[in-house]
Design a protein around this ligand. Structure first.
Ligand SMILES: NC(=O)c1ccc[n+]([C@@H]2O[C@H](COP(=O)([O-])OP(=O)(O)OC[C@H]3O[C@@H](n4cnc5c(N)ncnc54)[C@H](O)[C@@H]3O)[C@@H](O)[C@H]2O)c1
Length: 386
C-alpha cells in the first residue's frame, strides 16, 4: 500500500516562506501544500508564485486548523504565536512543524510538548542547521572521535538587522527577548547537537532601542557537562560578511586534543589533525592547505531536508528527525538561562525553573497587549492585568 500524500497547511507567509516553500515543492510526490494562512494580503502574490494559483489563502491561522482536509501544519508565525498556534493545532489533531525558536521560554515549550503528546500528534522543530550538509559534515567529524578530547567550542552569528516598531520582532514580547533568543539559538542548538548538554552559562549583551527593544548583540560563555568551554556570540549590527575578502555570516570551531575542525559560511567544513595523519584525513575529502582537509558535504539546504524528514516521518517511512520538541526545548532553556544571567549578573546553573512569559507590552496590531505600560502579574498560574 502506498503511503498517504500529506496535506499541509502553512501558518504564516512571511520572509521564511522562501526557505520552506522549495522544501515542500521538492517532494510534491509525498505532500501537497493546500492552504497558507497569511494576514497580510500584500504577501498573496509571493505565496501564489511559490505554490501556484490553486493554493488557498486565508487570513488567520485558526481558519486552517478548522479544515478537515489538512493533516499537518508548518508554523512560521511570529514567536509569540508559536505556543497558541501549536496548542490549537494539536487540539485540532494536526501534526506540527514549528520554526525555530520553538517558544519564548521553556514554560511555553513545555505546554507545546504536552499538548502534542496528549493529542498524539508529531511535534518537530525546524532547527535547520541540524539538516544542513556543511553542519552535518562537522557533526560527522566530531562523532568520529578523530579530534580527541574536545575542550573548546566557538560559534558565532553575524547579520545587519534592524527591527522597526511596526515589526513583531522589535518587541521583547514578540521575539522572546532579543537576538539571543531569536538567532543565537541556532548556535546554541548546534552546540548541544555537537557537544552535548550545557552545564552553566554567563551572558553579557547590549541594547540600542532604535534597533530593537531587546539586545541586538550578545556574548554567552558556556561550560559544557563534558567539561569543555564554549564561546557563543551574536552581532546584529555588522556587515563584515558582505562582499569580497569578507569575514563570515556564521562560524563553528571545535578544538580537541588531537585536532581541530571548523565550518564557515561561504567556505565549507574543514578538519586538521595535530599529527600530520594524512591517512586518517583522506577519508573526509581533498587536502586544501596547511594540513587542512575540506570535508565533503551534501547539497541539501537545512530547511529542505528538515521538511523532507518530517513529511517522511508523518507518512510512516524511515526518517531521521533530529529536532523533536523534547530535544529543542533544551536550546530555549540555554537562551533563557543566558537572560537570567544578564538579569542577575552571575553565572546560571542549568536546569532552570520554567516560568510563564511576563508580558511588558507590544502593539495590539501585532497581536500583543495594547498598553506598553500594562503589567502582568502571575498569580497561581493565572494571568491578572493590573
Ligand atoms: N531558520 C532561519 O534561518 C530563519 C530565518 C528567518 C526567520 N526564521 C523564523 O521563521 C519564523 C517567521 O519569521 P519571518 O522572518 O518569516 O517573519 P515575518 O514577519 O516575515 O513573517 C511572519 C508572518 O506571519 C503573519 N501573521 C502574523 N499573525 C498571523 C495570523 N494570526 N495568521 C496568519 N498570519 C499571520 C505576518 O503577517 C507575517 O507575514 C520565526 O520563527 C523566525 O524565527 C528562521
Amino acid at each position: 500500500m502506498t503511503a498517504k500524500k500529506i496535506q499541509v497547511g502553512i501558518l504564516g507567509g512571511g520572509g521564511i516562506l522562501a526557505a520552506h516553500a522549495p522544501g515542500f515543492n521538492k517532494i510534491k510526490d509525498l505532500c501537497t501544500v493546500i492552504v497558507v494562512a497569511e494576514s497580510n494580503p500584500a504577501r498573496d502574490e509571493a505565496i501564489r508564485q511559490f505554490f501556484g494559483p490553486e493554493v488557498r489563502i486565508v487570513r488567520d491561522y485558526r481558519e486552517v486548523l478548522a479544515m478537515k482536509d489538512v493533516d499537518a501544519v508548518d508554523i512560521i508565525l511570529p514567536h509569540h504565536l508559536h505556543l497558541p498556534a501549536t496548542v490549537a493545532a494539536a487540539k485540532a489533531g494536526k501534526h506540527v512543524l514549528v520554526e525555530k525558536v520553538m517558544g519564548r521560554n521553556v514554560w511555553e515549550c513545555d505546554r507545546m510538548i504536552a499538548a502534542c503528546e496528549k493529542a498524539g500528534v508529531n511535534l518537530t522543530v525546524c532547527h535547520d542547521r541540524r539538516y544542513n550538509g556543511e553542519w552535518m559534515a562537522l557533526k560527522s567529524i566530531v562523532d568520529s572521535g578523530v579530534l580527541g578530547d574536545i575542550f573548546f567550542w566557538k560559534l558565532d552569528h553575524n547579520q545587519d538587522v534592524v527591527m522597526p516598531p511596526a515589526h513583531w520582532a522589535h518587541w521583547k514580547d514578540g521575539i522572546g527577548g532579543g537576538c539571543i533568543m531569536s538567532c543565537l539559538t541556532h548556535q546554541i542548538d548546534g552546540l548541544r547537537w555537537y557537544g552535548g548538554e550545557v552545564d552553566s552559562v554567563t551572558c553579557l549583551s547590549v541594547v540600542r532601542p532604535e534597533r530593537m527593544q531587546g539586545e541586538f548583540a550578545g556574548i554567552v560563555a558556556a561550560k559544557m557537562k563534558s567539561g569543555a568551554l564554549a564561546e557563543l556570540s551574536i552581532n546584529w549590527w555588522t556587515r563584515s560578511h558582505y562582499g569580497d575578502n569578507c569575514l563570515w555570516y556564521e562560524m563553528v570551531q571545535v578544538c580537541g586534543t588531537r585536532g581541530e575542525a571548523y565550518r564557515m559560511s561561504g567556505k565549507g567544513t574543514f578538519v586538521r589533525l595535530h599529527t600530520a595523519d594524512d591517512a586518517a584525513l583522506q577519508q573526509y575529502g581533498p587536502a586544501v592547505k596547511d594540513g587542512f582537509v575540506q570535508v565533503e558535504s551534501g547539497a541539501w539546504g537545512g530547511h529542505e531536508r528538515c521538511i523532507a524528514e518530517w513529511i517522511k516521518c508523518l507518512r510512516g517511512e524511515p526518517s531521521k528527525i533530529e529536532t523533536s520538541g523534547r530535544t529543542c526545548r533544551g536550546t530555549v532553556e540555554v537562551a533563557e538561562a543566558a537572560y537570567h544571567s544578564m538579569d542577575k549578573g552571575r553565572t546560571i546553573q542549568l536546569p532552570i525553573k520554567p516560568r510563564r512569559w511576563k508580558s511588558i507590552g507590544m502593539p495590539e496590531s501585532l497581536g500583543g497587549i495594547a498598553a506598553p505600560q500594562q503589567k502582568y502579574h502571575i498569580d497561581m498560574g493565572r494571568e491578572k492585568k493590573s
